[in-house]
Design a protein around this ligand. Structure first.
Ligand code: C2O
Ligand code: CU
Length: 468
């Protein structure tokens, strides 16, 4: 079959992510910093050709995802953030071990950036990998309406692949016209599994196509940017290896044939080898008991081939994270309680003991160690350089995606047989499960700990730690 060259070039561009909507971060000013402008504003986007109308979104520069930022490891990123929404906002750089003042948590690390105001984020990116940025005020609604984007920190020696493809997966609750359903932070979502949508997107559209050549090696970076949906994902029936979780390389690329689970906020880097004689019709799908929904397909350009690699990919270079030793200096239990079918009778909210009936009147349904929301007292105070352990105990009927700002913690990954201890910034904690995470508290400041199911966060599942 003869394929028109211009179309093929376009497809290649598309699959390389170069046709990704938006402007790349550009070199400007000092040679060692990357500059970008991000304006939070209303935009219009056709989330799927099947929808009758464009959807009004809130996006960085009016688009979803926002501009993809690419920064070489170790460089400084300077972002001029401007808020053109009708409510305050701020930008959090999820997974970046960042200077605390740049972490974007309103009321903890910075004041809210009010409508019409600017804020300059300026920070170094110490670790290579797949990260993202998102609004961090009224997060359920702001992220739910589209305020997020991808931040790639480039390795100085990237793995040898033919394509590097970013796939940001999202879940939307839309009405029949394609409009975003305004039912944010309703009590049902808060007290159950969070805001579940009815429309999945990849890179802000209904599906994505990654054109491949026989024999190619392709890096796939998957991100779950949904408010609350845990995504069980089925990959093509081609050899593939898990390379990194939440940006952090695994010591050994781990081959897998199982479906993968990606919780809200989590990322996974995969390397896939397209076989020399690939069948058409392979795809990445959302695959749960309810069915299999294809999200990404892989059309094959059969008249060009690449000599397949014989060896498994080499591990990515580890990031400069100080690994905790076996015995922590301090261990803190974090009991998660509440929600529907939970056993929370009462909890402390704004300094007052309240019954669950009173709490729900305030839109609250969850408590961490008996406390609802972040208070003026941190969960723990860690001397700088100490090794800390936090043990999450899920005493609720729901899974939670627990996220620590400013750090990656070491955790045993139950979803990853054989891989043992991995570094993550967000970990799934299932009902009745306890999960211990450890980290060296070497980054001073006030750091949030919360469930990344944004309705659970809104419903009280948020606390913080202080590193002195
Ligand atoms: Cu990606 Cu506090 O979150
Ligand atoms: Cu949760």
């Amino acid at each position: 079959m003869d394929i028109d060259t211009s179309r093929r070039d376009f497809l290649t561009l598309l699959s390389l992510g170069l046709a990704f909507p938006g402007v790349p971060a550009s070199f400007a000013g000092s040679p060692s910093s990357i500059n970008a402008d991000l304006t939070a504003r209303v935009g219009a986007q056709r989330l799927d050709p099947e929808l009758p109308l464009d959807t009004e979104v809130w996006g960085f520069n009016g688009q979803v995802p926002g501009p993809m930022l690419r920064v070489p490891q170790g460089e400084e990123l300077v972002v001029r953030f401007r808020n053109e929404l009708e409510q305050g906002s701020a930008v959090h750089w999820h997974g970046i071990r960042i200077d605390n003042a740049m972490d974007g948590v309103v009321g903890l690390t910075q004041p809210s950036v009010m409508p019409g105001e600017d804020f300059e984020y300026r920070f170094k990116v110490p670790d290579a990998g797949t990260y993202w940025y998102h609004a961090h005020q009224n997060s359920s609604e702001q992220v739910g309406r589209g305020l997020y984007g991808v931040l790639l920190v480039e390795e100085s020696e990237p793995p040898e692949v033919d394509q590097d493809v970013t796939l940001a997966l999202d879940d939307w609750r839309l009405d029949d016209t394609g409009a975003i359903h305004p039912s944010f932070t309703n009590l049902h979502d808060i007290s159950h599994a969070g805001r579940m949508g009815n429309w999945l997107t990849v890179n802000g559209k209904g599906s994505e196509s990654v054109t491949v050549r026989p024999g190619e090696r392709v890096r796939l970076r998957l991100l779950n940017t949904a408010n609350s949906l845990v995504m069980p994902l089925r990959l093509p029936d081609w050899n593939h290896w898990i390379m990194a979780l939440d940006g952090m390389p695994l010591n050994t690329p781990t081959p897998t044939t199982d479906d993968l689970v990606l919780g809200p906020g989590q990322r996974i880097d995969i390397i896939v080898d397209v076989p020399p004689d690939p069948a058409e019709g392979e795809f990445i799908a959302f695959a749960d008991r309810g069915g299999v929904i294809p999200l990404v397909d892989f059309p094959v350009v059969a008249d060009t081939a690449v000599t397949p690699r014989l060896d498994a990919p080499m591990a990515l270079t580890p990031n400069p994270v100080t690994l905790p030793g076996k015995l922590p200096d301090q261990s803190t239990n974090l009991e998660m309680r509440g929600g529907a079918r939970g056993d929370l009778d009462a909890a402390n909210y704004q300094g007052e003991m309240m019954s669950i009936r009173e709490l729900v009147k305030h839109g609250k349904a969850w408590a961490l160690n008996g406390v609802v929301d972040r208070t003026s007292e941190p969960l723990l105070t860690a001397p700088r350089g100490s090794t800390q352990e936090i043990v999450f105990h899920n005493r609720t009927a729901w899974p939670h995606a627990m996220h620590l700002h400013g750090y990656h913690f070491l955790v045993q990954d139950p979803d990853l047989p054989g891989a043992g201890q991995v570094l993550r910034d967000t970990v799934m904690v299932y009902p009745r499960e306890s999960v211990a995470v450890k980290f060296v508290a070497d980054n001073p400041g006030s750091w949030l700990v919360h469930c990344h199911m944004l309705e659970h966060q809104s419903g009280g599942m948020v606390t913080w730690i202080e590193v002195t």
